[in-house]
Design a protein around this ligand. Sequence first.
Ligand code: 6R9
Length: 662
Amino acid sequence: MSDETLSNLLHEERRFEPPAELAAHANLQAEAYDRAAADPEAFWAEQARRLDWAEEWTQVLDWSNPPFAKWFVGGRLNAAHNCVDRHVEAGRGDKVALHFVGEPLDPETSGTRDITYAELKDLVCQAANALTDLGVQAGDRVAIYMPMIPEAVVAMLACARIGAPHTVVFGGFSSDALASRLTDCQAKVVVTADGGYRRGTASALKPAVDEARTKTGPEHTVEKVLVVRRTGQEVDWDDAVDVWWHDTVEQASTEHEAQAFDAEHPLYVMYTSGTTGKPKGILHTTGGYLTGAAYTHWAVFDLKPDDVYWCTADIGWVTGHSYIVYGPLANGVTQVLYEGTPDSPERGRWWQIIEEKQVSIFYTAPTAIRSFMKQGREIPDRHDMSSLRILGSVGEPINPEAYVWYRHVVGGDRTPVVDTWWQTETGAIMISPLPGVTAGKPGSAMTAIPGISAEVVDDQGRPVPDGSGGLLVVTAPWPSMLRTIWGDDERYVDTYWSRFPATDERGAYYFAGDGAKKDSDGDLWVLGRVDDVMNVSGHRLSTTEIESALVSHPKVAEAAVVGAKDEDTGQAVCAFVILREEAGDGGADIVEELRNHVRKEIGPIAKPRQVMIVPELPKTRSGKIMRRLLRDVAEDREVGDVTTLADSSVMDLISSGLSKGA
Ligand code: 6R9
């Protein structure tokens, strides 16, 4: 990364000190960093004691066969017991676990209700009994393909309870995507629903399962499909395979003895896209993962017993696993579970829910924040959100302007913003401010949290000096790290551990695939995937830097930047921009205005060759911009595979707008 470029953009002078009250009572204080660094294993053992163990471990970490880690060796526990039963046993059975808010406003069909920990325990026990009756045993894989309804959480915990690793497939994925996952992990049972609600209408799920079963090839492993009746729509039925949730789970006993499993027993497989077409099945195990999820949720959100927490992710994404199901429930929190979209039936829906449920901790993605910025602050301003005390961000680098807007408009300038960097592979938050300790800088994920060792290194694996950029690595194993790629140990080693193998001086580093920089204070700025780094005339430019520069222009709501092949410069900067609503069409000179704005903000080298004003950007279901598709447009190629887009028509919208000469 050229230092010149970096020092130009990352010139962020704004600092937000933690509110005094929060700092005084923060769960973690500044001393935790040194304490954890002095003896990481003792620190992690302390965190593991947040959980109930049936048998304590004999060794905190076995790293004798890197990169295959074993944490809390010999320990035994049950994840579902930790997320549910122990809260009931401690007399907190009446506490609300889930404020479920169903999508339809009609109370008849919405299913909107509160579920206490005692009720959740009964539901999980019933589902565990029903799955056992369907033949599921410890070690068998169960796929979950469901809308965001309480039964999805129940199904996950029921699997955990009986030691059957689940694989949750996002409900918006196609039958092909589902089939490839069912085949890869050889699922025995699929839990699904007839359908779910989306923007007020019922949309079907079960047909995709039926179709996927026909595509899973000769070694067809799916024996049973367990179906929740959610929308009441017509479904095809195969008596040999399909069973209704209400005929089985709801009839089952609420008594179920949770058996303890080894700390390294597989908890779940979560598929995530890699650089090749075949998705990677990221394997997480029980003790270390649950320790990481519970500890980070407690520390990073400064969780207190009376908090009302809301994470807007879908459970089909790792954020839903760690920060809706396992972390929050292990910590016994009250949380909102919302089935719908942010803008249905009207644009203020999220803010209305925050007001109504008195949400105090809110965790969402930059892409959502930018789309609210685009709509203008009048919409959030209609709601009283004074219950909020901490805001979180995850999924992409948050542009400084979006961070400041989030803090100011949503948080009323009272709330620290925690920009949390982590991955499906890391299982839990790795780099983030601590809300009661860190003076936050807009756009920076700041430092590795206590217990985690991260570094920015050059191509040789040498730490870069403050003020320069390089590759983000994790330098020591951590409890919630992935254990392997399901069925493919070699790919696990190649993908994550071969870029910086062990040398005489040090062990191997975990290569995260992200570029990052250390600013002059040594704080970290994650710059996005390294494949998003462009090289323009020999200068390395980060897409995020240029996007942030564009978003800092008052007319811009959102921007995506790609490097397109260029005969002269190797690559050239191409920007796709969505304007804020109040900016209208931006005026006749909008393109030049934006090109010059980037030139002024970063420097001539970053001035986009092209700026295209578009109505939408192509995003995955987890809100990440698919730059690969934009690169196809920028390089005038046929647009590639769009099956993982949240809305596959977006590319048509973009192409048709551009061909009309926009
Ligand atoms: C949790 C999650 C992981 C990738 C990661 C990085 C990007 C996530 C970020 C961030 C900058 C943050 N990412 N959080 N980049 N700042 N706070 O998103 O998991 O879907 O596996 O994506 O997302 O590029 O490598 P996952």
